[in-house]
Design a protein around this ligand. Sequence first.
Ligand SMILES: Nc1ncnc2c1ncn2[C@@H]1O[C@H](COP(=O)(O)OP(=O)(O)OP(=O)(O)O)[C@@H](O)[C@H]1O
Ligand SMILES: [Mg+2]
Length: 351
Amino acid sequence: MGLFDNILKDGESLIKMEEALDFEFLPKSLPFREKEQKFIAEIIKPLFQSRNGRNVVMHGPPGIGKTAAARHVVRELEEETADIYPIYINCWQNNTTYKIMIEMCEQLGYRLVQNKKTVDLCKVVASMVNKKSAVFIFDEIDKAEEYDFLYFILEEIYKKSIVLITNFKEWIATLDSRIKSRLLPELLEFKQYTEHETKEIMKIRAGYAFPEGVWYDPAFTRIAKKTFEVKDIRTGLFLMREAALIAEGQSKKNVELIDVEKAIAKLDDFSIKSSTDLEEDSKFILSIVKEHSGKKIGDLYDIYQKKGGKHTYKTFQRKISDLDKNQFISTKKQKGTGGNTTIVEKKLTDY
Ligand SMILES: Nc1ncnc2c1ncn2[C@@H]1O[C@H](COP(=O)(O)OP(=O)(O)OP(=O)(O)O)[C@@H](O)[C@H]1O
Ligand SMILES: [Mg+2]
């Protein structure tokens, strides 16, 4: 073997298809979520017979295929029929009834939204959807700041199924009783993957992303094990990309255990959710925390206001708490002279 046989040439990469490591990448099939997808399909089925559908709340911890399963059902639905509109909305990005209506119009192909008020947009949506039927999927539903849009759909849309996705099952209890009694959702729990399932999912994903033979066995096994420990497939995708880039940076032609260990060492800096999911104000708050990590929450609020932030302190606190729950930042209580305060720290670098 020549001295330089194992060195990557300029422009060569260990990764064949980098998109396959994106969190948003939707693989052709979703192993180990067949039952859940069937469940969602059953909820929707009455729409095929021009009847009203049922509703479901999907819940479970981060990174275990809830969004992917829902998007899969949408994809199949689109292939199957043009009579049912599939509408998918992330409520963290679109967190008010107005924004949600704008997004719905966009997905329905209605462009004349300028200068229209929320009620007018609702009328447009109702008149379009009521000619057919629709599946409404609201992802990250607990991040919506108001729920009028749910009430509107329940009252004004005749044939629909509503699919709500959240990490927090308890969220349902906080819903307004007007909505709850109309929604009457089934519950669909997403459980964490077993070690075997985690490894299989990672293997398939690696199959998309890397040419064969790039991964040495111990390196891959280590990643699969770590992913199982953390119980989040996103972490696995992050580790695969990082380890490959580390190996690539050293012009290696294979990913070795040492590269994986280095990638794992970076994990603390890693955001479980993608910050592109956040709505503008949370992104803004996150950027302030990153710049002023370690400050008290009250001081951060002052900075937020000086920079043009419009929300009340209470809303700001809630947004900080949401960012914390979803592991973008961390908070800790500290005793001070004037009572307890919260210290807010950045946790992550952007991914
Ligand atoms: N069974 C599976 N097969 C293939 N890929 C999967 C599977 N489950 C999850 N994934 C992948 O893992 C990543 C995270 O999944 P997903 O986005 O669906 O998580 P989630 O449960 O919606 O998490 P969150 O609550 O944080 O939004 C995605 O890239 C998804 O494609
Ligand atoms: Mg999700």
